[in-house]
Structure formats: structure tokens, C-alpha cells
Design a binder for this molecule. Sequence first.
Ligand code: GLA
Length: 388
Amino acid sequence: MTYSELSTAFAHRFGEAPALVLRAPGRINLIGEHTDYNDGLVLPAAIDKEIRFALRLNGSDRIRLVALDFDATYEVTVADLAPLPGGHWANYQLGVVAGLLKRGAQVPGFDCAFGGDIPSGAGLSSSAAAECGVAWGLNNLLDLKLDTMTLAQLSQTAEHEYAKVMCGLMDQFASLFGRAGHVVELDCRSLEYAYFPFDTSASRLVLCNSGVKHALADTGYNTRREECAAGVAILQKYDPAIKSLRDATLPAIEAAKAELGEVIEKRCRYVVEENQRVRDLTARLAEHQSLTEVGELLYASHAGLRDLYQVSCKELDALVELSRQAPGCYGARMMGGGFGGCTLNLVDTGRVKEFLAYMKQGYHDQLGRELETYVTNLADGVGEYLGD
Ligand code: GLA
């Protein structure tokens, strides 16, 4: 959706030009999966797949939304805001408005048209982009002066209260704080973050979309969160200093093993090990260590997600196994919430073409499915869009 297509569609629907056009990117995550809601560490980046929004205050008390990609509209007065049933697409935008109102902002009626190229259900956080774009746009249009971290948190709350997914902060953070050419480590407890340049002359981050669509509200995502909380409640009895799985250690889990039971023990172990892998990977990025070592961490992360956290599926496992023989691939893992979506592959820049051909052929041969792939570029976070 180009700038002029979006502005023209907006003017066609609402009779006037938009006051603000902006872009909100999707994200990848290099490592640190299911660690965010455990007060842990993540290493995401915004990518060059995004939703673009055109916005204007309309002088009424009505919110009018148009989803251009699927030609759908939704209208409601600000006073009547409520979560919509059945995974309705407008929940993301409405949830953000509800969050602003809760913070005491005066939100008048506005018009909003949007469209983009983030595949939904692919683990690239189209939902976070849908929230963060509106949060940033209204913050600007209404001159609310909310800081960017507050916008991320408010968008996360929209996901909890309107989309009913008890997500962590990673996706909204990445969409808002992304920086071109960089991954960014976030400490989800202190909210401190640090950027690391990602050298695309050596390797590229390539996504392979399993084509299995997930809807996190219907999957085990919320259950995983509950299992982690159950783990913390038990570990705390042994060591009151454990406030979240961020504080847990492998010996502490071992000591509480009998009480934790097999499933909860696995979940806890995965989170502790994954946090360590984030630390190891950022250390390697900082020291420009070998891509092979980084790749090994990705494979180890996948094994943990598959065997301990149990959020993978056969298609994702097949893609990761295929990547082991694929030309130029240093490492791969499933990415995002899981149960479908994409694998993330670290691929030698000079061999990306060969890699893609191998993976497409292999996936087709093994599972009879066409493989969609994306060679990502790391992009800036949400911002005004002035055209290409
Ligand atoms: C989803 C959630 C994130 C995070 C990931 C798993 O993308 O929205 O908060 O928990 O899953 O790492």
C-alpha cells in the first residue's frame, strides 16, 4: 500500500485527506522466546514489513475504522467502547483507545484507514503493529506527550484486555523501538535496552513461513503463562527471593523437582536456559564471535521450545531440520509464540539464494506445501510515513 494509495483510499472513504500518515513495523526475534512475560531478556528487531495508517480527527464522537486489506469497516462511539467477540480485527485499535481513556486522555472521534504487508498468524506481530500504530498516531494527533515506553505498555494492555492474549512486552517494544540495521536487547524487568548492529554483509536473517497459521488466543500461549506462574509459586516456597522465572536457577529447579512435576519443571528449565542463551548471544554479538556459535544458540533455542516448552509443531520442526543441510545456514529456530508461523534462519549473505531454493524444494518434498520466505531488513520503529 503506497502513500498515495492509502491517502486516496482514505479520502475516498472519509471525504477528506488524512492529517497524519504513519507506518508501524512487524518484528522478528533473534533469541529470547517466551522470556518476556517471565521478566527476562529478549533480542528482537523491527522489520521492513509494516502496517500503514492514515488518520484524522473527525469532529464527532465516532471512531470509524477501515481495514483496507480485507475491505472491512467498523464504527463505534467513544463512549460505547468494549471488546468485540470472536477475535474481531478492530479489537487492537479499540483496545488502544480504551487504554488512552483509562489514562485520563480525552479521545474524540477519529477516522482511520490502514493496510499493510505483515502476514497475519505468521508470528511477525501484525497485532502489535496494529496497536502501536494507533497508539503513536493518537499520541501525536492529540499531542498527549506520552513517552514511547508508555505507548508500548498501553498497546500490550490492549492485547490483554481486548484481544485476550496475555502477551509480554516484546512485540510492542520492538515495533516502537526498532532501529534500522540493529537488533535490540530488552530487559523486560528493568526495561533497560541496548542496540546491537547486525552486519548484513556477513549474514542475513531469513524467515521461512510454515504456512501454519496460529491465533495465540486459541493456543497454549495463555496456558504457558499460567504454567510459569505455577512454577514460580512453588519455587518461592524454597527460595522467597524468586519473584519470577528470571530469578530461578537450574539448581533451584532441581531442588523443587518433585513438587514441580514433570511439565512445570520443563517449562521452568526452558525459561532459565533461554535467558542464558540471550546473554550468550549478545556477548557474542558484542565480541563479533563466529556465526557458527550464534547459529548453535538458535538450534539450542529451538530444541528447548520443541522439547521443554512444547510450543513447536511438525512443520516448524521439519523446517529447522531441513535448515541443517541447507547451503549457508548457520542456525535456525521457530520464532514468536509458536504453534505455527515462521522459522528464523541465520544465513550466509552470499548463499541466500541457494538456501531459499533448497528450503522451498525440501519443504515441498516433505510436506507437500509451498514455502513462503522473506529475507528481512531490520527497520526503524513506528514513525511518520512521508512516502517512499
Ligand atoms: C508472542 C507474544 C510475545 C512473546 C512471544 C514469545 O509474540 O506476543 O509477548 O511472549 O510470543 O516469545
